[in-house]
Design a protein around this ligand. Structure first.
Ligand SMILES: [Zn+2]
Ligand SMILES: [Zn+2]
Length: 325
């Protein structure tokens, strides 16, 4: 049977279709993985986290780690067209390219609003991005007689972090909802207002859920119930432990390596837990993303799939940059 997947495979996965390409009566929702590295460990194989949903021609960007702008160019989707950005949380590997994206939108002449949705702190983050770009703004307003102010275009909308789904956005093409997940330990949350979110996108033809960073999360399982696709972060712990010890030996994490290891293991999703959550939610397809070790190790796809497969019988796809699904 000829379907999108087999066409992609025939073309060699990772060959990028024009983002608005459809095959006959197939889906109008495309998922494009822009950056699939887990953690602030960007490298030449994988960019920091970013994903794109193109729904009826409208791009929705989920996270905006370092390399997102370049990855958008590579995908064929114009960064000028991105008017909705959803941040799962405010770790730098999920938002490092935000000031670059917004400033280049403005400099290149976007005159429509761009809204950034995210947890506590997202409004301040966008204000800070505008401030970071203030000199560029002032120079061009004066020198080029620009008439639009970035602060009038770019805003942050704070989404409450709750156990049950919060409606983030609804228009003719998509309904977006969010829940709080378990990326931040309870002990840390007692001393800060920062929270981490998972998102669900329901379009006419497909429903896609993004875990963001999280440990096993019942809220996420409930959010993802019956979805077509769960894009879940995934860490292959044994392989990463080996890599981690090499990194410590070469001077990384010198202040408290075991403390950092405990943090990493306790606040992220193992490949086994990705499979467990996909199974508990009853999704059709599990896409492993935010891969750890990812580009830090040369693991075959099977190494990520193995533990997930023990818990989940559906389709499992290992993400890589520019993969179109
Ligand atoms: Zn991350
Ligand atoms: Zn994180």
């Amino acid at each position: 049977m000829i379907n999108r997947r087999s066409l992609l495979q025939a073309a060699g996965l990772g060959t990028v279709l024009a983002p608005w390409t459809t095959h006959g009566a197939e889906a109008t929702t495309q998922l494009i993985l822009l950056g699939t590295q887990g953690g602030p460990n960007f490298n030449l194989q994988r960019g920091e986290t970013a994903s794109l949903l193109v729904i009826n021609g409208e791009p929705y960007l989920i996270d905006c780690g370092y390399g997102t702008l370049r990855a958008l160019l590579q995908s064929g989707v114009s960064y000028l067209d991105v008017g909705h950005i959803f941040l799962t949380h405010l770790h730098d590997d999920h938002n490092a390219d935000l000031p670059a994206l917004l400033s280049h939108q403005w400099t290149q002449g976007r005159v429509l609003p761009t809204t950034v949705y995210g947890p506590y702190g997202t409004d301040t983050l966008v204000q800070a991005a505008n401030l970071y770009n203030q000199a560029n703004t002032d120079i061009r307003l004066e020198d080029e007689a620009r008439t639009v102010q970035p602060r009038d275009l770019f805003s942050g909308t704070v989404i409450p972090a709750q156990a049950s789904p919060v409606l983030v956005l609804q228009n003719s093409g998509v309904k977006v909802s969010a829940v709080e997940n378990t990326h931040y330990p309870e002990a840390a949350k007692q001393h800060m207002q920062h929270r981490a979110l998972s998102y669900r996108f329901d379009a006419a033809d497909r429903s896609v859920v993004f875990s963001g960073d999280t440990a096993y999360s019942d809220n996420l399982v409930a959010l993802a119930r019956g979805a077509d696709v769960l894009v879940s972060e995934a860490m292959e712990i044994d392989a990463f432990r080996q890599r981690f010890e090499q990194m410590v030996a070469s001077g990384n994490y010198a202040d408290n390596p075991e403390g950092i290891w405990t943090h990493i293991v306790g606040t992220h999703t193992s490949t086994a837990d990705a499979g467990r959550m996909a199974s508990a939610a009853g999704v059709k397809t599990l896409v492993l993303n935010h891969l750890i070790p990812g580009g830090l190790g040369a693991l075959p796809d099977e190494a990520y799939i193995r533990s997930a497969r023990e818990h989940f019988a559906g389709e499992i796809i290992v993400g890589r940059d520019q993969l179109v699904l």
